[in-house]
Write a protein that binds this ligand. Structure first.
Ligand SMILES: Cc1cc2nc3c(=O)[nH]c(=O)nc-3n(C[C@H](O)[C@H](O)[C@H](O)COP(=O)(O)O)c2cc1C
Length: 210
């Protein structure tokens, strides 16, 4: 019995290409892994912890063993809870829109909460940086209005796929698969429907052995 964590990063809901593809993945996953549980983090549902003045102050005080105020400790506890919930999963699916060539800001916020020294990565002068989230697979399902693949001429504008893959590698992931749904806008609705159907077919197939 394992837990699959689905991190959703599109507010488009029933019109979201990434969410449609992820939903198909999860449907197929549950058919082939019937005793597993799926948990969802919707980064746009308004429940994400904060990461601002208090949390930044708390982070450095706690890291350096200095006393933090009660308010700072409470703020930091919410960060630690988010990280603990993230780390408790066995497998990960991130479904995300591309916004201004990168992930939407709420997914970046989630990343800024969970990527923390001592919690998801470690550093030592001898060993350098070491990811602490190891031995678990991740799937990225990324939707983009344009097309950024090899030969598109727009490869250099894609800060979504390379960034998300890099940050996951940074915290320890080595098995990262990516499904692209593109272009969802540039080619018009018929091309988008075709790309979505193709992505869903790939997602369903991948789910059986994920
Ligand atoms: C705020 C905003 C910014 C966007 N920026 C880009 C962009 O930089 N490049 C692009 O190809 N598409 C861009 N799009 C289009 C989305 O990537 C596209 O609609 C995609 O399907 C979003 O994923 P979703 O369908 O899962 O929401 C943008 C859309 C929005 C709402």
């Amino acid at each position: 019995m394992g837990t699959l964590l689905h991190i959703q990063a599109s507010p488009m809901k029933e019109r979201s290409f990434s969410l449609h593809t992820a939903t198909a993945f999860i449907g197929s996953y549950l058919q082939s892994h019937p005793s597993d549980t799926v948990r969802t983090v919707d980064v746009f549902d308004g429940t994400l912890a904060e990461f601002g003045v208090l949390q930044a102050a708390a982070k450095y005080k706690i890291l350096h063993g200095k006393p933090a105020s009660e308010e700072e400790r409470t703020a930091w506890a919410a960060v630690e809870k988010t990280v603990a919930e993230f780390r408790a999963a066995d497998k990960y699916v991130f479904s995300s829109a591309m916004w201004n060539f990168g992930p939407p800001y709420m997914l970046k916020k989630y990343i800024d909460i969970i990527v923390q020294p001592t919690l998801t990565f470690a550093y030592s002068p001898a060993e350098g940086y070491k990811g602490l989230v190891t031995g678990k697979p991740a799937l990225l399902i990324l939707a983009r209005g344009g097309a950024y693949g090899p030969g598109s001429g727009a490869e250099g504008y894609d800060f979504q796929k390379p960034y998300l893959e890099m940050i996951l590698r940074f915290i320890g992931f080595t098995r990262i698969d990516t499904i692209l749904v593109e272009p969802t806008l540039m080619g018009g609705p018929p091309a988008a429907a075709e790309k979505l159907a193709a992505a869903i077919a790939v997602a369903r197939e991948k789910a059986r052995t994920f």
